[in-house]
Design a protein around this ligand. Structure first.
Ligand code: NAD
Ligand code: GLY
Length: 389
């Protein structure tokens, strides 16, 4: 397949799979699925949602049929609230009603919500069936479809239930982004900035240059232009390459690691992001937008702790602001936000692990419990003052 193909090897587990990135590659979905679903797969069930399926589902199902599969479909209602247990059970029932066997396959066609839920259901149905991903949002292309984290939200919290379950293949067609709403593009670009900051000067520059060349407000006009198609393919490939490099080295996010290549670093920006999402009942921010603020907060805090300087903080403000307009922070109480940090504490031995930054490509995992509450509040107030309207 033309474009870029990256391979992920999960050491010690004998697993490896390919991530194929090419504008227009959805037209070859049939042969791609044949190649990656295992030699004897006869049936394939497409899991999607009520927004994405009407746009791309018919075409994908038809191509899979033409490639010789018996095709089933199951759709989730659109939205994060539907990434729940009840829908896992419904998906499993749909797999069973379709008589999906252990040698057949599940394919997720959608953003991170569809991918996380479908992957989780595939990981527990008959103790695991082949799983393919076709991510359709920028966030899911560069982040959630890479690395094998699957799961759903429960009354205990977001992503509290899940599994590590690597897909058999990932097909990324950046052309599918032409129908993605602008706020979702911004959300994906914030995650791209996050990975750029973590990775180092090269990916940071690639991301920052992309944002300079293609201002977000006018990005939708560029779809269909060959030059833009190449630029977005290169950006996505570089981003996926970085995420794959971290996953290869620490597939299961080892709790004992605190080095700069630990998978934990991917949580950069997420302490504040999760708190902002929680205090606004998951209604005000797209996850990636909240990560945008999380990056800036981590930068402010890093400066207060003398880990970094104004130059880095200003650089991050500049690049995050170029991802698009983030929702206002007015009306959000910093005290309530700091209180919500404790929900992130449950992850590792009751301590708050924060990813801070010494410079571009220099993350630092810091015990947040050692940071005085007054410092958190001061950093938040700095951030809030700049984003009240
Ligand atoms: P999403 O799946 O909710 O998709 C965002 C919106 O875009 C939805 O309304 C969706 O219907 C719509 N959409 C998707 N593709 C489209 C297209 N091509 N055209 C038009 N509309 C389209 O959100 P997301 O940002 O993709 O994913 C967020 C989820 O991913 C969260 O649940 C988060 O927890 C999870 N996540 C998982 C990982 C992981 O490693 N597994 C990493 C990051 C985030
Ligand atoms: N998005 C964080 C991770 O995949 O580890």
């Amino acid at each position: 397949m033309a474009g870029t193909t990256l391979k992920i090897d999960i050491s010690g587990r004998g697993g490896s799979y390919e991530i194929a990135i090419a504008n227009g590659s959805i037209s070859r979905v049939g042969s791609w699925a044949k190649q990656h679903s295992g030699k004897v797969a006869r049936k394939i069930i497409v899991v999607s949602n009520t927004t994405v399926f009407p746009i791309y589902g018919g075409f994908v199902a038809e191509q899979l049929r033409s490639a010789g599969f018996e095709v089933g479909t199951w759709q989730l209602k659109d939205g994060e609230v539907h990434k729940n247990w009840r829908n896992v059970e419904k998906a499993l029932n749909a797999f069973a009603a379709f008589d999906l066997s252990r040698t057949d396959a599940v394919v997720a066609l959608g953003g991170g919500v569809v991918g996380d839920l479908a992957g989780f259901a595939a990981s527990i149905y008959l103790r695991g069936v082949p799983f393919l991903q076709i991510p359709t949002t920028l966030l899911s292309m560069i982040d959630s479809s890479v690395g094998g984290k699957t799961g759903v939200n429960s009354s205990a919290g977001k992503n509290r239930v899940g599994s590590f379950y690597q897909p058999s293949g990932v097909l990324i067609d950046t052309g599918l982004l032409k129908t993605l709403p602008p706020r979702e593009i911004t959300a994906g670009l914030c995650e791209a900035v996050k990975q750029g900051v973590l990775s180092g000067r090269e990916l940071f520059k690639t991301t920052s240059d992309f944002l300079s060349r293609y201002p977000v407000a006018e990005m939708s006009k560029n779809f269909g232009e060959r030059e833009f198609g190449n630029a977005i393919d290169s950006l996505v490939a570089a981003q996926v390459g970085f995420k794959a490099s971290i996953v290869r080295g620490d597939e299961r996010e080892s709790t004992g690691r605190a080095d700069a290549r630990s998978r934990k670093i991917l949580n950069f920006g997420h302490t504040l992001a999760h708190a902002l999402e929680k205090v606004t009942s998951y209604k005000h921010f797209k996850h990636g937008e909240a990560v945008g603020y999380g990056i800036l907060y981590a930068a402010e805090l890093s400066k207060m702790l003398a880990l970094t300087d104004d130059k880095v903080v200003n650089l991050l403000y500049d690049v995050v602001h170029r991802t698009g307009r983030l929702p206002s922070l007015s009306g959000i109480d910093p005290e309530e936000v700091v209180e919500a940090f404790r929900f992130d504490k449950k992850q590792v031995a009751g301590s708050l692990q924060m990813i801070l930054i010494k410079g571009i490509g220099k993350p630092a995992i810091v015990n947040g419990d050692g940071i005085p509450r007054s410092t958190h509040i001061r950093a938040l107030k700095h951030l809030f003052k700049k984003h009240q309207s």
